[in-house]
Design a protein around this ligand. Structure first.
Ligand code: FES
Ligand code: FES
Length: 157
């Protein structure tokens, strides 16, 4: 059964018709071609698909596109001011080697930004706690934590 939905994605109004069972992650990737949001498990365990819905981090494989009707959705593509100027948290991941294969990185960054929005100066334990829903198969957690700390500091400037 198709459903009509409208939402704001990365600041742009989007209207579409989707099958009622369509997951938000599939809508973002397949219909909007926002493939920076990754699918790692499809069962709400890895966090690779994390996006923001109305400012909060959400695993987009764990909700239907129809449930985001009327919401403001932000994906990793919506963070940078321009192609030349990355978001400070993205720059921090690059500068502190917070990624290896990069598969988990968009989800890590979206979860990190949710954490920093609630706690602008998180310590290491708080960062590890805040990212517990995000898994890195390359196991680069040490540098991810460093990157989030640096990104949070850069965002205060
Ligand atoms: S793909 Fe959504 S949590 Fe793994
Ligand atoms: S950098 Fe490879 S999964 Fe995290």
């Amino acid at each position: 059964m198709p459903v009509r939905l409208s939402m704001t994605v990365n600041g742009k109004a989007v209207a579409a018709e989707v099958a009622s069972r369509t997951l938000l992650v599939d809508f973002l990737r397949d219909q909007l071609r926002l493939t920076g949001t990754h699918i790692g498990c499809d069962t709400a365990q890895c966090g690779a698909c994390t996006v923001h819905i109305d400012g909060r981090a959400v695993k987009s494989c764990n909700m239907l596109a129809a449930q985001a009707d009327g919401a403001k959705v932000t994906t990793i593509e919506g963070l940078a001011d321009s192609e030349e100027k990355m978001h400070p948290m993205q720059s921090a991941f690059r500068d502190h080697h917070g990624l290896q294969c990069g598969y988990c990185t968009p989800g890590m960054i979206m979860s990190a930004l949710d954490l920093v929005a609630r706690n602008p100066d998180p310590d290491e334990a708080q960062i590890r706690d805040g990212l517990e829903g995000n898994l890195c198969r390359c196991t680069g957690y040490h540098n991810i934590v460093k990157a989030v700390k640096a990104g949070a500091a850069a965002m205060k400037k």
